[in-house]
Write a protein that binds this ligand. Sequence first.
Ligand SMILES: Cc1cc2nc3c(=O)[nH]c(=O)nc-3n(C[C@H](O)[C@H](O)[C@H](O)COP(=O)(O)OP(=O)(O)OC[C@H]3O[C@@H](n4cnc5c(N)ncnc54)[C@H](O)[C@@H]3O)c2cc1C
Length: 552
Amino acid sequence: MAGNADVIVVGAGLSGLVAATEIAEAGKRVIVVDQEGEQSLGGQAFWSFGGLFLVDSPEQRRLGIKDSYELALQDWMGSAGFDRDEDLWPRRSAEAYLGFAAGEKRGWLRAMGHRIFPVVGWAERGGYDAMGHGNSVPRFHVSWGTGPGIVEPFERRARQAQASGRLTFKFRHRVDALIMTNGAVEGIAGSILEPDGVERGKSSSRKVTGEFTLRAQAVIIAAGGIGGNHDLVRQNWPKRLGNAPKKMISGVPEHVDGRMIGIAQAAGGRLINRDRMWHYVEGIRNWSPIWPRHGIRILPGPSSMWFDATGKRLAAPLFPGSDTLGQLQYIMNTGYDYSWFVLTQSIIKKEFALSGSEQNPDLTGKSWLMTARRATNKGAPGPVEAFKTHGLDFIVRDNLADLVTAMNKLSGDDLLKLEHVTAQIEARDREIDNPYVKDAQVMNIHNARRYVGDRLIRTAKPHRILDPAHGPLIAVKLNILTRKTLGGFETDLDGRMFGTDGKLISGLYAVGEAAGFGGGGMHGYRSLEGTFLGGCLFSGRNAGRASAKAVA
Ligand SMILES: Cc1cc2nc3c(=O)[nH]c(=O)nc-3n(C[C@H](O)[C@H](O)[C@H](O)COP(=O)(O)OP(=O)(O)OC[C@H]3O[C@@H](n4cnc5c(N)ncnc54)[C@H](O)[C@@H]3O)c2cc1C
């Protein structure tokens, strides 16, 4: 069949780049279209922290962490909580992905020059029982070079394929429809947007200057999720998480608009688990924003005290870094869409990391010298100190009375009572002198410090919050920050998309966030973190290889 290419990929984010490079390297011709300009190549992955979920890696072993496929499977299933008929392909995708994360993933990336920062992070620690949510052990491997470090090998491969004539990029091409004939996909149609030299990540013009159609035997949807579109997030918000927040900030650029999801649905694709999403509760407004409503997620260590809007401490096990959706559910049920961290200078210095490549110039710039300062510096990393000084959500005071007054002023709700907050902090502080204690959060801190990685760069030495030697005191107002879409188009393990009639749609594929990172939602309800980039790699690779094989 004559066409403009063998395969068309919609979206030049990580999942699209991975699929396209596999297709080109299998000797087929591929066109990659993206609504953004060339400067945005790599999509969200460029902005990411580059954290990758790996199981039983050499990095883990060097730190004494004993991990296995079985332990990871137990953690995954405990977090996913698959409980629906449509979880068939999500569950199969999860099992296959875990095999990849425990097997080929690291070596495959390494052969392309990808490298990993040696201290493995411990995200989503859970706190329930062994079969409940969370990572039993640290598994969050940060790419050396963060987000750009994971995009780089695929961009390089794509540029090589482009030079050989197998891969063609068409930027500023926005897809508005899929061309379907007798239930099979034949191509795409859309609008050509005016050139716009706007900086990466900033919103670009949507002015249409022309139209296009492109034909191919297969089309891969790699168009991302819905996190930049708050209307869609609210529409899909599940009752189990309380009411949708009135106010949210955005953890993703505006191009994560969810528009392509509606277009593929209109062509007959079966969207499942759309009520499953992964939004954070530790969002802070970026004082130097790149995209609209730009928020940054704090990746917190375990020691900050966490209070809801009314000043009540969050109950065990909802400590920083334990259970993102458990915290979201709790917070939304308070009737307010914000909460507070209260901490000390000693805690911020060691425990605050900010997710995002631009917030980690040491790791992103691959500077060992700057990175080593994380362990030795007197202050927090530069970007964290900058937030402390300029961030709208940060309050720094020498005493608790002044801190609480400023917190009430910032929220405008006047809900915090000094005696209530003081009593809870003093009670927690009395638990600090013994290593065997009643307070579950303090227990957690001792547990964390038994892991060398946490002791080195992630968990402050236990101390009293009200000890002036560890001051000043800091309060951070935490907002709900939109990020990931866990549901998506139902696909098989080759990324082939199912239609609403339960049959595969000939020639149509979905990968990355658009496919719920594989199968239509391989995370189920909850993620173990670092699984999104990994899901883009795995689903992109599978669909790229399968589509290249399928086209004549
Ligand atoms: C700040 C930040 C930190 C993160 N940190 C991590 C981390 O440490 N670990 C982890 O695993 N994950 C992380 N993530 C998540 C991860 O980066 C994303 O989920 C992943 O990169 C999504 O890739 P994608 O290819 O599916 O979609 P995207 O990157 O969203 O790419 C989709 C592309 O499709 C284009 N597109 C959309 N619609 C159309 C259309 N109609 N026509 C043409 N083009 C279209 C878009 O312009 C975009 O370029 C982070 C994300 C952010 C933003």
